[in-house]
Design a protein around this ligand. Structure first.
Ligand code: SF4
Length: 341
């Protein structure tokens, strides 16, 4: 008699657990104004000490357990994941786990020339690169680390040469900072096979001083682009996909819109996030997490951990973007640089 596998967990809104985002470090070599403003993350900022970070072995053990609960897609994030040493070693551990069907990494791209081949050889499938403008003045203002566009373009080329494409690009659009770069970015990347996604500026964490009037909405972004390049909506690739997809009517490829503010997508959100120090969050805008590291280091069995995760997910009712308000925007939400986007 074949062993009956327990039903995969669903949360209180019937959403499965499919996508695990793992922050491997809270450190970054950029200071993007919408994520890690330098005024808050300055030279005296206390980052997580190494001893508090999950080891690669602990991360791999957790991922194996998550796959038994339905996780198929694993995304490595940060901070900037490539500032943590030996990431290809972690990738090779995760690539060997049955159930991990899609293994990706989000990066600001500047360390890709050094690491792209090793990441690919270790089993990474693809990368998503953040780029908030294609002119140096605007980009430097957004990353607040003096980094020129050319460094990121070199990273994109290295990733493509290593076989980590097709490359997805993320551009966060903040009014008064880079909305003027939306059309130039579309012009630069259409017809290249790279998929540019525009992200509405979000009230993540509690440090970026978010204001609703600094959000350039999906409608505005689409209107700006389609005035020059007509667009057609496309069907989502997977359930729970965050980006709305559009193709250029003239066949020059596709773009994406990630509109957490004006077009919430909590309805089929199947994402969990694990911080670098082993806290589990069931929403990007959560104010508290679940401590898995103490269990991991306290002798919990895989069965115990699996039962704990199942309980957390089945009790989940997150839908922050649907209830966002001026009041919720001020909640002490977890920092994006700590749990990854
Ligand atoms: S706000 Fe939370 S529940 Fe909604 S889509 Fe984002 S992570 Fe998911």
């Amino acid at each position: 008699m074949p062993e009956l596998l327990p039903m995969l967990p669903r949360d209180t809104r019937g959403r499965p657990l499919r996508d695990l985002r793992i922050s491997v470090t809270d450190r970054c070599n950029f200071r993007c104004v919408y994520c890690m403003p330098r005024a808050v993350f300055g030279p005296d900022h206390a980052f997580l000490p190494r001893a508090e970070l999950l080891t690669f072995g602990e991360i791999a053990r957790m991922v194996a357990i998550f796959t038994r609960l339905g996780v198929e897609k694993v995304r490595l994030t940060g901070g900037e994941p490539l500032v943590r040493r030996e990431i290809p070693t972690l990738v090779s551990l995760l690539a060997g786990i049955r159930g991990v069907q899609d293994l990706t990494l989000t990066t600001n791209g500047v360390l890709l020339p050094e690491h792209a081949s090793a990441l690919r050889e270790a089993g990474l499938h693809r990368v998503t690169v953040s780029l908030d403008a294609d002119d140096d003045a605007t980009f430097r203002r957004m990353n607040d680390a003096g980094v020129p566009v050319s460094r990121v373009l070199a990273g994109i080329e290295a990733a493509e040469a290593a076989g980590l494409g097709p490359i997805k690009l993320n551009m966060v659009v903040k009014r008064g900072w880079n909305e003027h770069a939306v059309l130039p970015m579309a012009r630069r990347f259409r017809g290249t096979g790279r998929i540019l996604r525009f992200i509405e500026y979000m009230d993540v964490g509690h440090s970026n001083g978010w204001r609703l009037d600094e959000v350039t909405s999906a409608d505005e972004i689409l209107a700006t682009i389609s005035a020059e390049f007509p667009l057609e909506p496309m069907a989502p690739t997977n359930p729970g996909e965050v980006a709305e997809r559009y193709r250029y009517a003239d066949g020059a490829g596709e773009i994406g819109i990630i509109a957490s503010v004006s077009r919430p997508f909590c309805g089929d959100c199947n994402r969990a996030r694990l911080s670098a120090d082993g806290q589990l969050y069931t929403c990007l805008f959560a104010t508290s997490g679940h401590d898995l590291r103490t269990l991991l280091r306290g002798g919990a069995s895989d069965g115990d951990l699996e039962a704990t995760l199942r309980g957390i997910w089945e009790a989940r009712d997150d839908r922050y973007s649907e209830i966002r308000s001026a009041e919720t925007a001020t909640l002490p939400k977890v920092e994006m640089s700590y749990i990854g986007g």
